[in-house]
Design a protein around this ligand. Structure first.
Ligand code: SF4
Length: 331
């Protein structure tokens, strides 16, 4: 039994759900939101997260008890998120919590903006991060940490070719990048000569304007930034550059990132979410101006559903018995 030890509403109220009810909730959990507020402030946020100082943290020892209870009935090796309307690293003990769940056979997927102050810790735990999201919101801050975070920046082509173990067929690389009149001509020329370059190769002048792609190139000021090229092994493939595409969806609809594990175009984040304030039912709807996230989030109370023992299921075909069948909305 999980005692109401902590200060969060979740910790105080969790025992109002029976063990069987919690079992059903855990079986349907897609995320545990470790705290309130998000430090990210991403303009493209599809979750309408509340920007602010992270607070009301679920304590690690309490999460350990949840992980233990979850793993007791973990029939399928599932993967959940330890965040939703938050950045995972907003919780100061994130990596230990992640390991705590994974040690119990519960997979954890991590996408993060590397919040301010977590740069070094993130570099140390890079293997535990699945995806780093960079944009003009955090690019300048993260620039000094790019190398440590596996975001590759090359001052010249020679270093890059060395890394790939390739010989330069034109022996140009030692001279640096051949700079043409425009970025496009320079890139086109590079691809013509070195077709193995990452598809998303592009220029940034990180010293002067870290937020925009360059419109002009100048020899010796050119920096290469390689991002998210699927032909490269990790760590190159774990970067999402939000500024790259020129146009960007804002909101959840058609967001491929959100859709990566599901078949619903409006996102995969559905089911039960656990937050410091309790258990919530999250289900997707078509986004509208009134509901731009395309999600309805409702608190679940112990009165909202009942759990039947198998011997009570004679009226239900057990193979299709699901939580939705027993969900009873409180009056
Ligand atoms: S996209 Fe993620 S990190 Fe950015 S504001 Fe939204 S929840 Fe926070």
């Amino acid at each position: 039994m999980i005692a109401a030890l902590g200060k969060t509403k979740l910790e105080k109220e969790i025992d109002t759900f029976s063990r069987d009810q919690r079992k059903v909730l855990y079986q349907n959990t897609f995320a545990i939101e470790l705290n309130e507020n998000c430090s990210g402030g991403c303009f493209f946020c599809g979750f309408e997260s509340k920007l602010g100082t992270p607070q009301n943290f679920i304590q690690s020892d309490f999460l350990e008890q949840i992980a233990s209870e979850m793993s007791e009935d973990w029939t399928a090796k599932r993967c959940i998120l330890l965040y939703d309307q938050t950045d995972p690293l907003d919780h100061p003990d994130y990596f230990n919590i992640l390991k705590m769940f994974e040690d119990r056979g519960i997979g954890i997927a991590t996408t993060t903006t590397i919040p301010a102050g977590t740069e070094e810790k993130s570099a140390e735990n890079l293997s535990l991060i699945n995806r780093i999201s960079i944009s003009h919101v955090n690019r300048e801050r993260l620039t000094p940490h790019f190398q440590d975070l596996g975001i590759a920046v090359y001052l010249d082509l020679q270093n890059y070719l060395k890394l790939l173990g390739k010989n330069d067929p034109f022996e140009d690389a030692e001279q640096g990048i051949r700079v043409e009149k425009s970025v496009k001509e320079t890139i086109d020329n590079l691809f013509g000569r070195y077709p193995f370059l990452p598809k998303q190769t592009r220029f940034y002048d990180l010293r002067r304007d870290g937020n925009n792609e360059r419109s002009q190139v100048q020899e010796r000021e050119t920096l290469f930034l390689y991002c998210d090229d699927s032909t490269h092994p990790s760590p190159f493939s774990k970067i999402t550059d939000r500024d790259y595409f020129g146009v960007l969806n804002v909101g959840r609809a058609f967001n491929l990132d959100l859709n990566e594990r599901g078949s619903n175009m409006f996102g995969k984040s559905r089911g039960v979410k656990i937050t410091p304030n309790g258990f919530f039912n999250v289900y997707p709807i078509k986004p509208t101006p009134q509901n731009r996230t395309g999600r309805i989030i409702e608190q679940i109370t112990p009165e909202d559903f009942r759990v039947l023992e198998y011997n009570e299921l004679h009226d239900y075909p057990s193979s299709t018995d699901r939580i939705e069948d027993h969900y009873v909305k409180a009056a």
